[in-house]
Design a protein around this ligand. Structure first.
Ligand code: ZN
Length: 218
């Protein structure tokens, strides 16, 4: 029985590594598959993992039609047994519905990998539709960690080092809102308090400075 599985996790939880491993395992069994991604950190049309693995993939665009992609190949005699869909948080709800249809009507297994929520702790549209439609949602077991050591469940966006909670959901490139954009994983407690590692360090320096000032006076 074919299925639609959504593997969800934060950044740094090994999603792309697992996506590549999944593709490898199926290919090693002689199954034919298609790999898709959207806006991978390494550029267009590639799935890259932080461990250094890379594999070519089809870049998903706004007008990509997964149903058409799969059925078009089948009509040309090209078998498609499974689909690995990375960065699925960036897919549209309609595209996720196409993936579900590919599973149900064409018997293709679809393994989707994505981040559940954005830097504002709101669901990405692709992830929301996957949670709604998937046969199974698997939370990745590799724990990414907040600076405090707790399991990181949320993403923070920083602009020039300052955490922000407003802005475009998806930013192409690493500059926007007039500054350099970066991301950091945090536990929910520190996401709610806007306490990034740098902010925590800055705060922990304050009492030490006060102590030093007190010592200077004595
Ligand atoms: Zn924390």
């Amino acid at each position: 029985m074919s299925e639609l599985v959504f593997f969800s996790g934060t950044m740094d939880s090994g999603k792309s590594t697992l996506a590549l491993q999944t593709a490898h395992n199926h290919a090693a069994r002689g199954r034919d598959g298609l790999l898709f991604t959207r806006q991978d950190r390494a550029g267009r049309a590639v799935i890259s993992s932080r461990l250094g693995l890379e594999q070519p993939a089809l870049e998903v665009e706004d007008d990509t039609d997964f149903w058409g992609e799969v059925i078009g190949r089948r009509l040309h005699g090209e078998p498609v047994d499974y689909v690995v869909a990375d960065e699925a948080q960036f897919y549209t709800a309609v595209q996720v519905e196409q993936l579900a249809r590919v599973v149900d009507e064409l018997g293709v297994d679809v393994y989707a990998f994505g981040i559940t929520t954005d830097f504002r702790a709101r669901l990405f549209p692709g992830s929301a539709r996957l949670v709604e439609l998937a046969d199974r949602v698997e939370v990745l077991q590799v724990k990414s960690l907040c600076w405090c050591g707790a399991r990181a469940t949320h993403q923070a966006r920083t602009v020039d080092g300052e955490m922000v909670v407003e802005g475009e959901q998806v930013v192409i490139g690493d500059t926007a809102q007039g500054g350099k954009i970066a991301y950091e994983v945090l536990c929910r407690r520190h996401h709610m308090r806007h306490m990034t590692q740098a902010a925590a360090r800055a705060q922990s320096r304050v009492p030490q400075t006060l102590e030093a000032a007190v010592e200077d006076r004595s």
